[in-house]
Design a binder for this molecule. Structure first.
Ligand SMILES: Nc1ncnc2c1ncn2[C@@H]1O[C@H](COP(=O)(O)OP(=O)(O)OP(=O)(O)O)[C@@H](O)[C@H]1O
Ligand SMILES: [Mg+2]
Length: 358
């Protein structure tokens, strides 16, 4: 039985349909990330699961039972928000234990749960402090602790790291992953940060305009994006997209070279079809001694060393291309450089439907 079943969930505000039928079935222990740009409906979906918003249609089941009519506090769900509203006058200890206090859990049991949670989050030494005496990252841990302590069936997180600075965000992300691996809880986590999605998720649901564009493991979404939108959203820098047309030889880029198609794609696209050819920046490498038949002749315009890699931007027959190369690669602005890539790295999308081909 699924731990969490989201069935054809719809939400309309007046005439606007914000969620257009969302279906997701989660196994116990999954870490689902809802990934999408601002306004696509991520928080709306999360709030419906939590009971903070009402669905206009569809059903949500936990352990096989519909929860739509169930009061939020009886749903066995805990939610952590972006702005973690802690009680400023209560100690960290009481902030964490507050939900248990409200549920009239006996003091001894409560104490044990708070201590155990604090230990898990490594904030035992902060229990006597007030939220105002904590850093942003510590406050976020307390907010997570407040959710953890209740041991709910499902955790919901709405952009819990977005208020933290870059370094702290990374640390807390690792911490969350460790917690999930240790506790094996079922999590639904909202973010618009694709790195967070890639690193945390067991599965990612890429959302766009109230729909799920693709639902799959991080590897599936990254290696086999189902649409041009997903290809552009997951991965940084984003996948290169080159316009062209299918010919007998392969894909003729607009105003440029012909790129041979791998066997897996040869028979799925008819000649004359307008396509977009995708190749990730990290899949590009300098042409070697052996003859390569997938070559992009790039005029280099910008070279940026980020530290771990050299990001090179240029043009191939007028179309922009980015490559991520080893940091010591010797390239300078103005030079022409031939790049190549493996056939597995080649993605093809229909120019009209923007769906992946093959
Ligand atoms: N109470 C409301 N009344 C009318 N429209 C709403 C309401 N709440 C949300 N919306 C609209 O629904 C859409 C989805 O909002 P939602 O908050 O779910 O987006 P989101 O994906 O969480 O975005 P963000 O990343 O910015 O938080 C938006 O266009 C928003 O304006
Ligand atoms: Mg939101």
């Amino acid at each position: 039985m699924s731990a969490l079943e989201i069935q054809n969930i719809r939400k309309t505000y007046g005439a606007v349909e914000t969620l257009k039928g969302i279906d997701i079935s989660l196994e116990s222990g999954e870490f689902l990330v809802l990934l999408g740009s601002s306004g696509c409906g991520k928080s709306t979906l999360l709030n419906i699961i939590a009971g903070l918003a009402e669905a206009s249609g569809g059903d949500i089941r936990i352990g096989g039972r519909s929860i739509l009519g169930v009061h939020p506090k009886d749903r066995d769900i805990a939610m952590v928000f972006q702005s973690y509203a802690l009680y400023p006058n209560l100690s960290v200890h009481r902030n964490i234990g507050f939900g248990l206090e409200m549920r009239k859990v006996p003091a001894a049991e409560r104490e044990r749960a708070v201590q155990e949670t604090a230990k898990l989050l490594q904030i035992e030494n902060l229990l006597d402090r007030k939220p105002g005496q904590l850093s942003g990252g510590q406050r976020q841990r307390v907010a997570i602790g407040r959710a953890l302590v209740r041991k709910p069936q499902v955790f919901l997180f709405d952009e819990p790291l977005s208020n933290l600075d870059a370094k702290l965000r990374m640390e807390t992300r690792t911490e969350l992953k460790r917690l999930h691996q240790m506790l094996g809880t079922t999590i639904v986590y909202v973010t618009h940060d694709q790195i967070e999605a890639m690193t945390l998720a067991t599965r990612i649901a890429v959302m766009r305009n109230g729909r799920i564009e693709q639902l799959g493991t991080p590897e599936e979404v990254y290696d086999h994006p189902a649409t041009l939108y997903v290809a552009g959203f997951v991965g940084s820098p984003p996948m290169n997209v080159l316009d062209g047309v299918v010919t007998g030889e392969g894909v003729q880029l607009d105003g440029g070279a012909v790129i041979a198609l791998p066997v897996r794609l040869k028979n799925v696209v008819a000649a004359g079809r307008r396509v977009k050819l995708g190749v990730r920046p990290e899949a590009l490498r300098l042409v070697g001694e052996t003859a390569d038949h997938r070559v992009l002749d790039v005029e280099i315009e910008v070279v940026e060393l980020t530290g771990p890699e050299l990001v090179v931007t240029g043009r191939v027959s007028g179309q922009r291309v980015t490559a991520c190369l080893p940091p010591r690669t010797k390239l300078t602005v103005g030079m022409k450089q031939a790049f190549t890539f493996d056939e597995d790295a080649l993605h093809l999308f229909d120019a009209e439907t923007e769906l992946a081909l093959g």
